[in-house]
Every structure is written in C-alpha cells, then in structure tokens.
Design a protein around this ligand. Structure first.
Ligand SMILES: [Zn+2]
Length: 430
C-alpha cells in the first residue's frame, strides 16, 4: 500500500519482542506504526526498495520501556521543595521538560506521572503538543487525593474527606486531563508526621474515586505502604498498588482476587537508605525507609511467587532517584528473583497492560505504534546493560527517532528547532 512515508528497517538485530520471544531478525516501521517484525533477513514489504535499512550489527531491539511511577516536576533533591508559587511552578515545568528528555534518553517511551501540583503535568503535555519540548508518551494524574493532613498534602495533594469529596476531587482531576486518579492509602516516607503503616483514605473514599476513574475509561493507583492500606486499596478496586512495601499474605490474596498490579518502586526506598542523612535527607524519612526495606524485599518476593501482576515503577523524582536512571529498577527486579526476560516483560508488555495501553504499545508487533529501543549489549545475559544510558543507542517514539547517540542527535521540540535553525526539525547536539 503506497504511502508518503519512507519505511525504516532495523535489520540484523537481536529482537526481544516483548511477547517472550528472542530471535535474530528485523523490525520495519513506517509512519507511526510497526509494519513487520520477523526472523532472518527482511522480507515482504520490509524488503522493498526505497526502505531505509539500518544494520544493527547484532545490537538488541526492545519495545520502548515504560515507567509507571514518576514525578517529572520533582528533581531527586534530598528534600523535595514545594511548588506552591507561580514562579516555582513555572520553573517546575522546565524541570519536568528536562526530566522528560532524560527519560527518553534512557529508553523510556511511556511514563505515568503519579502526582504533580499546579497543573504542571498538563502544561507539559500541552507544551509537547505545541512543539516546545519532546516527551515520552504521558499518562498523567494531576494532584493526588489524600486525607486532610495525609501523605503528600504539602507537595502534590488535594485534601479530601468523605466519599463525596473524594468523588468530586477525582472528577476535578479527570476534568483537568488526568488519565489516572492517584490515591493516598497510607502515610508516606517523605511526609513528616505520617506513619507508613497507618491507613489514610478509607475504602469508601477510594472506591468512590476509583468508580469515577473507571467510568471515564481511566485508571486509578494507590500509594500504600502498610499492610492494611494495601488491602483497603485492593478492595476499593484500584488498578495498581504503588510501593506495597509491607504487603502480607492476606494482601497478596486480595490483590490476586481483584487483579491488582504491584508497582514496587524498589529504587526509591533503596536510594533513601543508601544516601541517608549524610546526603541531607531528613532523618524521619531515612528512618522510615530503613524500617521498610527488608519488608519490601520479602513482600515483593512473596507477591511475585504468588503470581501477583507486576508493572515497573521507580518513583523517579524522589530523593536521589534521578530521572534517566529509571532502568536501575530492572536490576533490582532481577536481584529479587525475576529472570532478565521476566523483568523486561514487566517493563514493557505488563506495564502497558496495567496502563490499558496494550492495544497500542508494549510489544513489537505489526500495527502497534513504533516505540522501540536499540541497545548495545544483551540484556538477557546482563540486565545491567540497560541501566547505562550510553548503551541506549537509539530510541524511536511513534515511529520518530528521538534519540540517536551514534549520530549525536536528539530531537528537540519542533518549535525550538525552528527558532534555532530556521525551520529544521532537528538540532544536532554534541
Ligand atoms: Zn510517588
């Protein structure tokens, strides 16, 4: 079928297709979509003259990776600053733009932001649509819903008490453009005066918000550390439990019963413990992280063994969990018992499914969107190759090559490129 697009064929690659297979072959894409994926030499439409063929020399091709828990406007500072003035929010937007680029550069083609104040996340999406910046595909939450004085109230929360208030706040976030309703089911590590084991929003409050999200065709996620809060969130019907550090056997059973996905954010707790008060992290936060880390590892292993659905998330933006280092999480997942192939499936196919994007992204298959990553090395023998952004040689988003380290080329927003280069769509950096 003739079109105005030139097709691109990535040939001679180690194809990890996000469906559990690995083979030597090719991926062909045209416009925004994958045309064909196959073994051996390009065949059929992928072999026709005029296609741009790139010989990968045995490098690995993966589906674009997905981080289901980031905060783009937060910059991994030891103690996060409140973005509660117009000036701070404008700087927060530029911070978010920079962090979105760092995410792309490390191989992420989709991120879910799990709570951002001031409309910064929605403004970022608008700016990207206007050509002012380039971002991964964004799944956004707006503000998180917390109880009065609950975790996150100073940084990114909207305080709600009672099911009607939760319903109204969920509707307000959806009206503003949220794709995900973020709920706070327990206290948190970063919020002084909250206990991580203590339940916060009630089942009734969360259920009302989840109903609104699902009615609108959207999803809902609950921050939950303590065992009771995890159970409350599962019973309320959230799509994902975030962190889940103190999950117990009953919580695992409820997550299995309700089909709840665990987004473990191992990076976040490890980085707070590793850096500690010496790096300037408040003592109350360090103490809470220290109290959680062993339970987190044990709970994660038990949940995985029991067959709880998993998706990848890092909480990038919290202290010392830097945007661009997101794929550290894959190393931790392997340390906690997943095979490298399982970890990759969690960060591609399974994360896409939790985000309800699996009809469009998450695997390398004909007719899906061309979101893919070319990696120098074999992550199936050494998952750690993925944590090194220098090994992420090429990132393709919606069929557009947005990162090409071999050419020292990163795509910037078309509007910026126009300002700098008189209408060129790309600016060559480095
Ligand atoms: Zn978070």
């Amino acid at each position: 079928m003739p079109t105005s697009h030139t097709s691109t064929v990535l040939a001679n690659g180690r194809i990890v297709d996000g469906r559990g297979a690995v083979f030597t072959g090719y991926v062909a894409f045209e416009g925004a979509h994958i045309q064909a994926v196959g073994e051996g030499e390009p065949a059929g439409a992928a072999a026709r003259s005029g296609a741009r063929v790139v010989d990968l020399g045995g490098r690995t091709v993966l589906p674009g990776l997905i981080d289901c828990h980031v905060h783009l406007s937060m910059d991994a500072l030891a103690a996060p600053v409140a973005l509660d003035t117009p000036q701070a929010q404008l700087v927060g937007l530029m911070t978010a733009s920079k962090n979105a680029l760092a995410s792309l550069g490390s191989g992420l083609t989709t991120v879910r932001d799990c709570g951002t104040p001031g409309g910064i996340d929605f403004a970022l999406r608008q700016a990207a649509a206007d050509g002012l910046c380039v971002t991964p595909r964004l799944v956004l939450s707006g503000r998180a819903l917390c109880m009065t004085g609950g975790h996150g109230w100073q940084l990114l929360g909207v305080e709600v008490d009672g099911a009607d208030a939760a319903r109204r706040a969920a509707r307000a976030q959806l009206k503003a453009g949220a794709d995900n309703v973020k709920l706070i089911a327990t206290g948190g590590i970063l919020t002084q005066g909250t206990e991580i084991g203590s339940p916060q929003l009630t089942v009734d409050e969360m259920r009302a918000a989840v109903e609104e999200a699902h009615k609108a065709g959207k999803i809902a996620a609950a921050h939950a550390h303590g065992a009771q809060g995890i159970k409350n969130a599962a019973v309320a019907g959230v799509d994902s439990v975030e962190h889940g550090y103190f999950v117990d056997a009953e919580g695992i059973a409820l997550m299995l019963e309700h089909g709840t996905t665990l987004v473990a954010t191992s990076a976040a707790v490890r980085n707070v413990v590793r850096q500690g008060t010496a790096a300037g992290i408040p003592a109350h936060s360090v103490a809470k992280a220290q109290s959680a880390i062993d339970a987190h590892v044990a709970g994660f292993k038990a949940a995985h063994k029991a067959g709880v659905r998993l998706a990848m998330g890092t909480d990038s933006g919290v202290p010392f969990t830097h945007h661009g280092n997101n794929l550290d999480e894959l190393v931790y997942l392997v340390e906690m018992g997943l095979t490298p192939m399982e970890a990759i499936l969690v960060a591609t196919r399974d994360s896409a499914a939790m985000l309800k994007l699996d009809g469009r992204v998450g695997t390398l298959e004909a007719d899906k969107l061309a979101d893919l990553v070319v990696v120098d090395g074999d992550p199936l023998t050494d998952i750690a190759v993925l944590r090194d952004p220098q090994r992420i040689r090429r990132v393709v988003l919606n069929g557009r090559t947005v990162v090409d380290r071999d050419a020292s080329r990163f795509v910037v927003g078309s509007a910026f490129a126009g300002a700098l280069a008189g209408g060129a769509a790309e600016v060559v950096a480095g």
